[in-house]
Each structure stands twice: as C-alpha cells, then as structure tokens.
Design a protein around this ligand. Sequence first.
Ligand code: NAD
Ligand code: AHE
Ligand code: ZN
Length: 375
Amino acid sequence: MDVRAAVAVAAGKPLEVTTVQLEGPRAFEVLVEIKATGICHTDDFTLSGADPEGIFPAILGHEGAGVVVEVGKGVTSLKPGDHVIPLYTPECRECPSCLSRKTNLCTAIRATQGQGVMPDGTSRFKINGEKVHHYMGCSTFANYTVLPEIALAKVNPAAAFDKICYIGCGVTTGIGAVINTAKVEMGATAIVFGLGGIGLNVIQGLRLAGADMIIGVDINNDKKPWGERFGMTHFVNPLEVGEDLVPYLVNLTKRGADQIGGADYTFDCTGNTKVMRQALEASHRGWGKSVVIGVAGAGQEISTRPFQLVTGRTWMGTAFGGARGRTDVPKIVDWYLDGKIEIDPMITHVMPLEDINKGFELMHSGESIRSVVVY
Ligand code: NAD
Ligand code: AHE
Ligand code: ZN
C-alpha cells in the first residue's frame, strides 16, 4: 500500500515528506495505522549523523500511538482495532534477558532493529522499488508501519493518541528512570540536568516518588517555569553561577547535620558527556546514584577520577526508563487517564506531517518541550 512518510534521506538533511510503499505484515508482524507521533531528541541525534547505528534512507520516529489494522500469521495477542503504542524496547518474555528479570533490554530482535530491518532481515518500506530502512523497530514518521507483535503494547482505547504517543518514549523514560532504575525513596534529594522532554518527566517522577529537594539545571532560563510546573524546587543555570558548578551544587544540597553535600540521585538528560561527569560528581559521597539517560554521539566517552566511585558513588544508565513495555506501558497510560501523571502541558506544539521539520527547528531553538505530529 502507499503510505505518507517523512524520509531521512541523508545525515544532516531535512526530512522529505513523500509517498512510500509499505508491504503488509508477515508472520508474527502487525500493520499499525499511526495516529500521532512525538519528536524526540534521539530522532534528531540520528538524523544529525552522530548515531553509530544511523542508516539512510530511513523512516525515523519511535514515539507513536495508533490502531492495529491487520495481523500476520501467528499473531495471538492483538487484533484489528486494538489501540497500541510501538515499543523500541520490545518485551518477548522468552529471551534470556526477559527471563533474567534483571533488565528490560529484551534481546529477541535487537540485532535486526539496529540494522534497520524486520526480524527476518528485510524491510517492509520501499520507494520506487528501492529499500528504505526501519528505525528503532518503529518508524512512526509514517502514517502506517509494520512492527513485530512483541514490540506493541496494547493500551486503553479511552486515551487520546496525540497525548499517549509521548508514553512511547519521553514519559516512560523519565518516570521510569526514577522509579525503576534509581528507585528513589521519599524525602530524597535529586538533581536533574537538562529540563527538556525527558528531564521534565524525571522531575514529575521525582514528585511522584516523594523527593524533597528537586534541583533542575539548564542553560536555558526559559526552562525554569517548566521545571517548577512539575515539582522542581530549585533552579540553577550553570552559565550564571559564577563558580564551578559541582561544588556549587554540592553546597546547595547540604542539609542539617549532613554537611558533606551532594544529591542522593542525579540524572543526566542532556547527552553531553561533560554534564554526565558533573552529574556523577554532584552525587553524594558514599551512596549517590547518578543515572545517564542522555545519548552521546559516536566516539564520545565519559570519564571521572576512579576515586569518585571508590568513595561510594554509583554510575548507572537507563534505556526506556527500565520499563518492560508490554507490561508497564499500559499501566502508565492508565496513570495518565487517572490523573496520576501529567502529559498535556508538555505537548507544546502539534503539527501535520508536512511540517515535521518545523518540529525539529523548535527543538533546536529550545522553544518546544514536545512537538507531536498528528496524521
Ligand atoms: P531536549 O532537547 O528536549 O532537552 C535537552 C535539554 O538539555 C534542553 O532543555 C537544553 O537546554 C538542556 N541542555 C543542553 N545542554 C546543557 C548543559 N550543558 N547543561 C544543562 N542543560 C543543558 O531533549 P530530550 O528529548 O529531553 O532528550 C534528552 C536526552 O535524552 C537526549 O540525549 C536523548 O537522545 C536522550 N534520550 C534517552 C533515552 C533513553 O532511553 N536513555 C530516551 C529518550 C531520550
Ligand atoms: N544507537 C545509539 C544508541 C541510542 C540509544 O542509546 N538509544 C536508547 C533509546 S533513546 C530513545 O530516545 C536505547 O534504548 N538504547 C538501548 C538500545 O538497545 O539501543 C548508539 O550509540 O549506537
Ligand atoms: Zn526517544
């Protein structure tokens, strides 16, 4: 069938909105009509050429929501009409990783996902007979796409697609980093570096977990009211502190009898490796946990003095907030429907597919929190 898609033709070039041919679902695959998709910084990262796994041409997008149209042979858990959220971290419930109960990083189809193809090694997308790659197993910048059954979470049909698409990455990543990865407890102190589409969800996750002191750090002062809106208690602009950021933050987190300072939990939501180091070193001696969420480009590395770890800090990372998609995503949709978490105010811009490049511009200028494309 012919579908409308925004195609990433080459690194650093704007997406081209055009007609693409999509083959129907093969065995254990599902055809989904995508109704809405968010634009995440990771889409921009791959489009920029910084992603070692970036392949062109490809149909990017991994933060979608839609409806099942057709199921391939062998599909048992979904049927036409079901509302679904695509999962770039699938949940097969059979691979050693899923069975370990120690990680959400299902390995059933990760290799082919990274190669931009379906699990059988082929692509369902073509333009005039030429192969176009899938992206993160999702390709939500197309109004129809094909995904493996294990990469779809069935969700409550009462929820609006143009809001819950954000649960497909940003919301789950931010809240999950707090609850699943860091396991933040009531009364904790925390520092969130980068108050964009992910960082604000870390902040609302911290509020949900009952953290006392939630410090937001961003080089853009416009993010201050945004952080406050979701539970931030203090804001720091590194460009304005007038001294080294780490000692400044350590000093800020000194409380009562504890004059050592440093936050119980810190989160990098920037993808900047220098910020990742600051986040680790601003965590508390003896027990601080620092979670890397941001994605850094090919060739970039993190470093610190090993003494930072010898003295009890833990450096950890999270993908999709440690969430097991088919199990956890439907619950997060219900949290949204029950008013337990907020999504609507973070969706600052909505646009048709034709204007998708505008969504990337709004991200670059720092004007948007999340742009959502509606089909
Ligand atoms: P975003 O562009 O919406 O937000 C980034 C924020 O960081 C902006 O507010 C920006 O002003 C701020 N910032 C930039 N440099 C800074 C600095 N030096 N100090 C402090 N703040 C700074 O991006 P996003 O969608 O929130 O994504 C954030 C990062 O998380 C990206 O690297 C993205 O690829 C990654 N990500 C990771 C996962 C995961 O599963 N690990 C999931 C989604 C996104
Ligand atoms: N392809 C990149 C890594 C990109 C990356 O880390 N992706 C995150 C999700 S970001 C969503 O916005 C992730 O899930 N990682 C785990 C995985 O298996 O990809 C690279 O550096 O090669
Ligand atoms: Zn994302």
